[in-house]
Design a protein around this ligand. Structure first.
Ligand code: FAD
Length: 279
């Protein structure tokens, strides 16, 4: 049964080629049938990646789609950031995913990263309540965090600076999320924290990506996926069942909605959302 209080959102990365862009428009139209509250588009700070994100966001806004750019300072100065935010405001964007981001390879010590709480404060200072602000949260702890508690305190700092809600890094162990939610509550965080959901598409990519971002692939899951070797149809079928069950468990136990890392594909996200029969 549809539960209108649950929030659904879908994340894209900006395609680099015209073919990728055309493909993404079709994916967006497919996913739009599921009634998401918004789409979001990732950001690689600086230069062409910055412009790719902005291009997709402005195009989709013009087509009437609710879409939120991810944003980080990267190496940009305050004037560049203000101009970018201004252009988003003029395009009718009303939500931003505010991040510190990661250091692009090859930038070395010249690169000054601005923490997400500082970006949130900057947006609130210059744009008031023009944007709904989402931030990132890490139930399995951010890889650079000095401790669980420190990471939690910094998340609280993002809310204190004016963030409205958070989206988590993906995880496959629902207990990590439930424990995290308890700890957030003890820390005085009462804003909604939406689980980030990564459908399983490809074993090797998943392992590689997870190592970088600190998401844990439990041993049993790793072994299970390994046993399928290159049988991608079996991986996909197994992944749909597993992730659908994960989403059920999360929603049954109070998660306020779901945010899907779609990897710019309509499937398997569509099948998983339809399996849930909640949206
Ligand atoms: P922060 O919240 O600033 O935290 C970064 C680290 O510093 C943490 O270890 C934290 O404990 C610590 N910390 C935080 N504040 C302080 C402080 N004031 N003083 C000292 N230490 C502090 N990356 C991209 O490049 N582009 C994207 O589009 C993108 N989208 C994402 C979307 C989501 C939903 C998520 C969960 C992650 C995304 N990422 C993206 C990855 C993210 O940029 C990285 O995880 C990055 O390393 C941290 O960003 P953050 O905003 O969480 O940083």
């Amino acid at each position: 049964m549809t539960d209108t209080s649950l929030r659904l959102s879908f994340e894209f990365f900006p395609p680099k080629t015209p073919a990728g862009k055309a493909n993404l428009a079709g994916v967006r139209d497919e996913l739009n049938k599921l009634g998401p509250e918004f789409f979001s588009v990732t950001y690689g700070a600086g230069g062409s990646t910055r412009d790719n994100t902005r291009g997709i966001v402005v195009d989709y806004r013009a087509a009437g789609v609710s879409i939120a750019p991810h944003l980080s300072f990267g190496g940009d100065d305050e004037d560049t950031m203000k101009a970018l935010l201004q252009s988003y405001q003029e395009a009718g964007v009303d939500r931003i995913v505010a991040l510190r981001g990661d250091m692009p390879s090859g930038m070395g010590g010249a690169y000054q990263m601005v923490y997400a709480n500082q970006l949130v404060a900057f947006i609130r200072q210059h744009f008031g309540d023009q944007f709904q602000l989402e931030v990132a949260a890490y139930p399995e702890v951010h890889p650079e965090a000095s401790s669980y508690d420190a990471d939690l305190r910094y998340l609280k700092g993002k809310f204190d600076a004016g963030a409205d809600s958070a989206i988590t890094q993906y995880f496959y162990n629902p207990d990590a999320y439930f424990y995290f939610m308890d700890q957030c509550q003890r820390q005085g965080i009462d804003q909604p924290i939406y689980p980030g959901i990564m459908p399983i598409l490809n074993y090797r990519n998943l392992i590689r990506f997870s190592e970088g971002c600190g998401a844990e692939i439990p041993r049993w899951l790793r072994k299970r996926l390994e046993s399928y070797a290159d049988d991608s149809a079996s991986i996909k079928a197994f992944g749909i069942d597993l992730v659908s069950e994960l989403c059920e468990t999360l929603l049954d136990n109070g998660a306020p909605g779901l945010h899907f890392y779609t990897m710019n594909q309509a499937e398997p996200t569509t099948t998983i959302v339809r399996n849930l029969e909640r949206f």
